[in-house]
Design a protein around this ligand. Structure first.
Ligand code: PMP
Length: 353
């Protein structure tokens, strides 16, 4: 090791899912939406004024903040935006988790949480999900420096119902609680209505999944204006211009075609429920996912082997070589055609051996 390496911050980074660069693959590994954003959106792309790029973007991201506030019936002071919800969550960890007491999040959850905690030197404990992979609210009654969990949880796909979320919030009035609602549009209860009752609740959303805009990198948080102020103070201590001009312009128009949005959600949920039936016929065991992905294992075939066989066939899914979940595959719900191809492959794989 070189001497100067002693002075360096060393971290174990998060590993994002693969973005294969070759054409023709069936990509069911990073929970993107198989459907494009509304056709109206394509027109906006053409109309975008490239001249805007000469200037710095609005540091307050006003157009985007206002559009999100309008959509949810909130005040702009209740909305914070970032470069995808990863950026929003990273800023939220940095802002709100500044206690010497450990923050709490489930042992099986979004694998970026422990990375941010390690990066920022935040102590943490990970209460174990129950054997059926559900969250036990009473695990979050203990003293802590903050609470964060996705609802629905990832990669399990399991949703917590509103009374259970409220139970966790009731027992955590003295720290900030973050509910990461990356997948909530696919069929779970949102905690958004609770932000008026709990001034320490931050609800985080993204345009990446249900809104088909993972490439735009827009995420946001909603909460009490005081929480949002603290978040902005940290953001402005880090980078004034997180949101670029195209993200502001396109993001602020991304919620206009509600009918198309609802139709896309309906298609994905229908395909998800169809895929559950088909997987069941093939002997797979899986959770009752309320997201746009399935979390499944087969009692007779190791997940890693299925993962590799799928990959050979240019069907990409996600495999996590981690305690408790290394028997499982996380399979993004693609279009009906993509899921047909997946099921056809798995039929051959499970019957042909
Ligand atoms: N939260 C959860 C639970 C996720 O699975 C993801 C996607 N990796 C994110 C947040 C971040 O998504 P994005 O940065 O695209 O908004």
């Amino acid at each position: 090791m070189r001497k100067w390496e002693n002075n360096i911050r060393k971290v174990m980074p998060y590993t994002p899912g693969e973005q294969p660069q070759k054409a023709g693959v069936i990509k069911l590994n990073t929970n993107e939406n198989p459907y494009p954003p509304s056709p109206r959106f394509a027109r906006l792309l053409e109309e975008m004024q490239s001249g805007d790029l000469r200037l710095y973007p609005d540091p307050d991201a006003g157009s985007l903040v206002n559009a999100i506030a309008d959509y949810h019936g909130l005040l702009p002071e209740q909305v914070f935006v970032g470069v995808g919800s990863d950026d929003v969550l990273a800023m939220a960890f940095l802002t709100f988790f500044h206690s010497s007491k450990p923050i709490l999040f489930p042992d099986v959850t979004y694998s970026f949480y422990d990375v941010w905690a390690d990066l920022f030197g935040i102590p943490y404990e990970r209460p174990a999900l129950k054997a059926d992979f559900t969250i036990a609210p009473e695990d979050y009654y203990r003293e802590n420096g903050g609470v964060v969990f996705p609802n629905p949880n990832a990669p399990t796909g399991i949703a917590l119902e509103l009374p259970a979320i409220q139970d966790i919030l009731e027992h955590n009035r003295d720290c900030v609680a973050i509910v990461d609602e990356a997948y909530v549009d696919f069929g779970a209860d949102s905690a958004l209505a609770l932000i008026d009752r709990y001034d320490n609740l931050l609800v985080v959303r993204t345009f990446s999944k249900s809104r088909s805009l993972a490439g735009l990198r827009v995420g946001y948080a909603m909460g009490n204006p005081l929480l949002i102020k603290y978040l902005n103070d940290v953001k402005f201590s880090f980078n004034s211009y997180t949101m670029n001009q195209p993200s502001l312009y396109l993001g602020s128009r991304a919620m206009e075609d509600e009918a198309y949005f609802q139709e896309t959600l309906r298609k994905i949920v229908n395909t998800r429920e169809w895929a559950k039936e088909e997987l069941k016929k093939l002997g797979f065991i899986f959770t009752d996912s309320k997201t746009n992905f399935l979390f499944a294992r087969h009692p007779d075939y190791p997940a890693r082997e299925i993962f590799e066989a799928l990959r050979e066939a240019d069907i990409f899914v996600r495999y996590f070589d981690k305690d408790r979940i290394r028997d499982y595959l996380r399979i993004t719900v693609g279009s009906q055609e993509e899921m047909d191809a997946l099921i056809r492959f798995l039929k051959n794989y499970t019957h042909g051996r």
